[in-house]
Structure formats: structure tokens, C-alpha cells
Design a protein. Structure first.
Ligand code: PMP
Length: 396
């Protein structure tokens, strides 16, 4: 409570305006930026929390493979981190540390298909996956796998469509629990339970990056990333059940049971674990922030909300007639940081936004706002003020 009050006191407009033209280093931005900037791009990356930074700094530097005391201490840190992540997931099973969710997703997709290719070559996935799943799927197609991609916009009940798409020849079902662009939710519990009931041998992989600590995650394999939950960049995890068989994609010294060779980044892992422990239940806060934002945007006739069936911490909307980058940089001048709401590259429509039912015109003007626990209702008010001013300035 007192932290919130002091943050609000410091978030004076005066301070923010004074800071407009001061060039700050990245370090200053990260640690003092909260005093004046409004950071609403937490789905891209979330500021490392104090607990994570402290854990990384105070972590034993030993190599977990070393036989001396420092190595044993490093090994203990890793095994504690595994327990923490498993507890947060509410699961028993195995945790492997990776360089991030990009690697976890690659390991899940290639590792499963390589392990199961003798049994079949059919894979079911969605048309809204992050490139770290979508690109490996393309490589598998080149190798002769049959990849079926489902688009949410084509189905009333997308979860049922995924369940129905799996057949006895399907070796892998891979989908994201929460989409990074609009926050679209796919209920992994329902899909996992139904698919396993019918086809227990089909491996279910969930990209849990945007869902971790926000929605329940259920699958045989789950990909996680530390920097989306206030850990440090460069570390992720792959959860799997004991029974799920995967082949490695990285070979070397045989660390982590040979599934992921390479010296474990103990400091990053300690920070990941500390961030997981420190992550509070933010569901009420996110619901309030979303409510305030959507309520205010609904009053602007130029704005369309693109997020449907979505988590509360991600709101994607389009401002007709103002292209994403224009609005993004206009807001940036006011120290308000958002993301362009579509992963499209110039002139090309993002297949992800199209599969989510967003028109090319709206995708071109889409803005993604993503909250963290430090954001306040005042932040939302400032954002809405900025959007209104942007509309006045740029819309013809
Ligand atoms: N999956 C999703 C849904 C993501 O949002 C991201 C990060 N943008 C990733 C995977 C990749 O995570 P990392 O940055 O840890 O490689």
C-alpha cells in the first residue's frame, strides 16, 4: 500500500515532463524509470523484480557439474528452482532449463517429432503460434510431416475444434495457452483432458509463456520464459511429465540428463525462481485496469477493441486512421510505452492477426497494451489521454 502511495506521489506530470528530454541510460530507465515513465509493454518483457536481481547477484558462482562445494551449492540452487516452478505449475514432473522459451518451443516441437516419427507424422497446431513454434513447424513440413493449422476465427468453439482435429495418427498437438498479440485464451485443461482421454499417445505441448502465473496450464510439455514474469532475459524452462519422451536438439556435455547440454546459467535460474516466488495473484488488479481501459476506449468512436476471449493483462485495440508505429512513437514522446498490436511487417498482413479475425486495416492500426502489477489506474488514464491527443493530431 505505502509503495503504491509513494509511486503515485512521484508520478507527477511535472516530473514526467521534466524528464522528457533527459537521455537516461538503460540502467537508469529500468530502476528509476518507474518514477516517471508508464511502461505498458509487459508482454514483450517485464522489468526484472528486485527479488530476481538480488537472487542473481547473491547466487553461488560454481558450476553445477563441479564436484566441490561450490558446484554442489549451484546444483542445490537449480534443484530448488525446479521445485519452485513445479509448485507454481501445480505439477509433478521434470523441469529442464533452456536459454528461453524460443529454445523450449524448438525442443518441444523437434524433440517430440524426432522421438515419435516412427509412429506417425501428423501434427496439429494453430495459425496463431509464436514464430518459435510456427517456424519449426515449417521445417517439419519440409521434412515430410503433415502439419494441420487451425485458425480461431473460423470456429465458434476453438477448443473443441482442436480436440476434434486430433486423430489416432496425430503424434503432437501444440498450441499456446495465451496469445501474445491479443491475449486470446485457449483453455489448456479442457483440450488436454479431452485429447488424452481419446488419444493418450498424442503428446500435448502448450506454449505457456504468456499464460504462466496468469492462467492454469495443462499439457505433457509446457514452455516457459523468465523475462515475462519479471525474471531475467536469457533463461526459460521446459516442463514435461516423466513419461514424455523427447530427443535433444543440443548435444554436448550431457548436462540436464543429456536433454539439454550446456552449463546451466545458475544466476539466471536463481532469478527465475525468485521471480516465480515473488509473483502475486494479480487477477483483480488486471481486471480493474482492463475494465478502466476498455470503458474509456469504448467512448472513442475511432477505436475498435481487437482482444476477444482474452486475458485481462493484454488489451489490443485499433485506432482507425492512425498507423500503429505512429501512435506508438507519439505515446513514447510522453514516456508511455506500448507495442504495435500486430507482428506484421510493413505492408504484409500478419497471418496471426488474420487468424484471430482482425482485418488487415485494423491490424495496421493495432496497439497492444500489456499490464504488470506496478501499473495503476492513473497509468491507464494517461494512456487514454495520449490516445485522444494522438487521434486529434494524426487523424484526418
Ligand atoms: N512464446 C510466446 C507466446 C512469446 O510471447 C514469446 C516471447 N515473445 C516466446 C514464445 C519466446 O520467448 P523468449 O523471449 O523467452 O525466447
Amino acid at each position: 500500500m505505502s509503495i503504491e502511495i509513494s509511486a503515485a506521489v512521484f508520478k507527477f506530470d511535472v516530473l514526467r515532463y521534466l524528464c522528457y528530454n533527459i537521455k537516461l541510460s538503460n540502467y537508469e530507465r529500468t530502476y528509476f524509470g518507474a518514477l516517471y515513465m508508464i511502461y505498458l509493454d509487459n508482454a514483450a518483457t517485464a522489468k526484472p523484480c528486485a527479488e530476481a536481481v538480488k537472487a542473481a547477484a547473491s547466487c553461488a558462482f560454481g558450476n553445477p557439474s563441479s564436484l566441490h562445494g561450490l558446484g554442489i551449492e549451484a546444483e542445490r540452487v537449480i534443484s530448488e528452482a525446479k521445485k519452485t516452478i513445479l509448485k507454481k505449475l501445480g505439477k509433478e514432473g521434470e523441469i529442464y532449463f533452456t536459454s528461453g522459451a524460443t529454445e523450449s518451443n524448438n525442443l518441444a516441437v523437434f524433440g517430440t517429432s524426432n522421438a515419435l516419427k516412427r509412429r506417425g507424422n501428423r501434427i496439429v497446431t494453430t495459425a496463431i503460434e509464436h514464430p518459435s513454434v510456427a517456424e519449426p513447424m515449417k521445417r517439419l513440413e519440409e521434412q515430410g510431416f503433415e502439419v494441420v493449422r487451425l485458425s480461431p476465427c473460423k470456429y465458434e468453439d476453438f477448443e473443441q475444434a482442436l480436440i476434434d482435429a486430433v486423430d489416432e495418427d496425430t503424434i503432437l498437438l501444440s498450441f499456446m495457452a495465451v496469445n501474445n498479440e491479443t491475449g486470446f485464451i485457449t483453455d489448456s485443461k479442457r483440450v488436454y483432458n479431452e485429447v488424452k482421454k481419446k488419444f493418450p499417445r498424442c503428446v500435448v505441448h502448450v506454449d505457456g509463456v504468456q499464460g504462466f502465473c496468469k492462467v492454469p496450464l495443462h499439457a505433457d510439455i509446457i514452455s516457459l520464459s523468465a523475462h515475462k514474469i519479471h525474471g531475467l532475459k536469457g533463461v526459460g524452462a521446459l516442463y514435461k511429465t516423466k513419461e514424455t519422451r523427447l530427443l535433444p536438439i543440443v548435444y554436448g556435455g550431457g548436462q540436464q540428463g543429456g536433454l539439454r547440454s550446456g552449463t546451466e546459467p545458475v544466476e539466471l535460474i536463481a532469478a527465475f525462481s525468485a521471480a516465480v516466488k515473488a509473483y502475486p495473484d494479480l487477477s483483480e488488479k488486471f481486471a480493474l485496469l482492463k475494465e478502466k481501459l476498455v470503458e474509456a476506449l469504448a467512448k472513442l468512436p475511432q477505436v475498435t477493441i481487437n482482444s476477444r476471449h482474452a486475458v485481462d493483462n493484454i488489451v489490443n485495440f485499433s485506432v482507425a486512421g492512425v498507423r500503429s508505429e505512429i501512435m506508438l512513437h507519439f505515446l513514447e514522446e510522453r514516456e508511455i510505452y506500448v507495442s504495435s498490436g500486430s507482428a506484421c511487417s510493413r505492408g504484409k498482413v500478419s497471418p496471426v492477426t488474420a487468424a484471430l479475425g482482425i482485418s488487415a486495416k485494423d491490424a495496421d492500426c493495432a496497439v497492444r497494451v500489456s499490464f504488470c502489477g506496478e501499473n495503476t489506474v492513473q497509468d491507464v488514464e494517461k494512456l487514454v489521454e495520449g490516445i485522444k491527443d494522438g487521434i486529434k493530431r494524426f487523424r484526418r
